[in-house]
Design a protein around this ligand. Structure first.
Ligand code: ATP
Length: 456
């Protein structure tokens, strides 16, 4: 049997936490995330997902989609268009209310969100960067405006949606009529949203173009408290199921002055990013605000008829709204670890196997004597069920390290014994433990390991 690893879990002497610098560098080096239009100097706050990043993002989306639709009989999906009738945004309140107060420095010309600058600077109208004089605040609408048709006049104005939720509300009747759902039921959607954010920093945390994963749950108004508590719990459990560290997650309630114009009650789920606790997801009791407003602005009846009680009413909505791109950053931050293995540094991404970009690496111990062919056959067989990566380059320890750094949870190594007894080494990323299993058992073993995975 080839003893192919160079250490085991007992040798880990120290663990260093993640910093944004390390994360951004790893993301670029290993092909998770690149600056947009980099060869032209980059576009601030826009990012491209590389070969591994796109796999990670897609898997997080798939995980969410399964948890929020497949596992519920009464939640259905939707994919609404990004461009919508401009009246949608009047009805939703975004034209009027979706603004940030902005101030400019007359000296250094920097622009700030007034609510983000220190109290003292605000009072004295003093720039926090250069001490120059600040202008009076002006409200700046965060929606991106564009035009449909060849003429740029007001009649063709449309907006890039600033949230995916409205596409769900305006389709409420269509979904009820076509899917025969009864209240309570939910509609889920994942898609792009756009906000002309003033302060975009911290990598992909806050960007002008991002993706949301939203589920709007339609309920009887008398049951809002019950369903609000229900979804708070389900959504927190979801993050733990995704393998995130519990101590890095918390709820934060919105105070009366922080509530959005549509919300009766709101909690954020926050994660402790390397730059501090920040919102990851909002859970809102949006009441009947949105459906009533769309009914008013469209002139259409958007009531729900309870066929048993014959009551006709406007349902309340409990919204769970999570950022997909922000989840990618959270999962990258949570997964990153630098271990000191008696002087040898190991960078390892502890992704949950369900979201890891590559599930299994397959290596021949050496290229010669038919081992490469054998390993390739195994890799080809596994491809049907798992994202598989074949690698025959360099020392075996280095190949393991390369997979650790991109978070591949399992590696299979083929050695001389494989030819004799049809067994391979299965090596686990987190513990670096190795076991010997039969080729015929690889698939079932991996499936079981993925299902039962728990981060230590
Ligand atoms: P924030 O307070 O961070 O601006 P928000 O309260 O305006 O966020 P919501 O409108 O509730 O955010 O949007 C729901 C989710 O969408 C957020 O929890 C976040 O994960 C994501 N999100 C919102 N704005 C952005 C953005 N500019 N970039 C990336 N993700 C975003």
């Amino acid at each position: 049997m080839g003893n192919t690893d160079i250490t085991n879990a007992a040798d880990v002497t120290d663990v260093t936490d993640v910093t944004m610098e390390k994360l951004v560098s790893l993301c670029k080096r290993r092909g998770f995330i690149f600056q947009s239009s980099e060869i032209y100097g980059g576009l601030s706050s826009a990012w491209d997902y590389g070969p591994l990043g796109v796999e990670l993002k897609k898997r997080i989306q798939d995980f969410w989609w399964k948890e929020m639709t497949q596992l519920h009989d009464n939640i259905v999906g939707l994919d609404a268009s990004i461009l919508m009738h401009p009246k949608v945004w009047e009805a939703s309140g975004h034209v009027e209310n979706f603004t940030d107060p902005l101030v400019d420095c007359k000296g250094c010309k920097l622009r700030f969100r007034e609510d983000n600058i220190p109290e003292e600077n605000r009072k004295e109208h003093k720039c926090p960067e250069c001490g120059g004089e600040l202008t009076e605040p002006r409200n700046f609408n965060l929606m991106f405006k564009t035009h449909i048709g060849p003429v740029e006049n007001d009649s063709g104005v449309v907006y890039l949606r600033p949230e995916t939720a409205q596409g769900i509300y305006v389709n409420f009747k269509n979904v009820i009529q076509s899917s025969r759902q009864k209240v309570p039921f939910g509609i889920a959607q994942v898609g792009k949203a756009f906000r002309n954010e003033i302060t975009t920093k911290n990598f992909i945390f806050r960007t002008c173009e991002f993706e949301q994963m939203e589920m709007q749950y339609f309920i009887h108004p008398d049951e809002d408290k019950k369903w609000f508590e229900h979804w708070k719990k389900v959504r927190m459990d979801y993050y733990e199921k995704l393998g995130l560290r519990k101590e890095k997650l918390r709820f934060k309630e919105h105070g009366p002055n922080e509530l959005a114009h549509y919300a009766k009650e709101a909690f954020d789920i926050e994660y402790e990013f390397p730059f501090g606790w920040q919102e990851l997801e909002g859970i809102h009791n949006r009441t009947d605000f949105d459906l009533k407003r769309h009914s008013e602005y469209s002139g259409k009846d958007i009531l729900y008829l309870d066929e048993i009680t014959k009551e006709k009413y406007t349902p309340y909505i409990i919204e769970t709204s999570a950022g997909l791109t922000r989840s990618v950053l959270m999962i990258l931050s949570d997964a990153y670890e630098e271990e000191d293995l008696d002087g040898d540094k190991r960078v390892v991404m502890h992704f949950h196997p369900k979201v890891a970009p590559i599930t299994v690496g397959v290596f021949p111990l050496v290229k010669k004597d038919g081992l490469a062919e054998l390993a390739k056959d195994i890799a080809n067989d596994l491809k049907e069920s798992f994202t598989t990566f074949y690698d025959q380059g360099g020392a075996i320890g280095r190949r393991y390290r390369r997979q650790d750094e991109i978070g591949t949870p399992y590696c299979i190594t083929v050695d001389y014994d494989t030819k004799e007894d049809k067994t391979v080494t299965l090596r686990f990323r987190d513990s670096m433990e190795q076991i010997r299993i039969k080729i015929d058992d690889i698939e079932a073993t991996l499936k079981k390991e993925i299902k039962n995975y728990k981060r230590k």
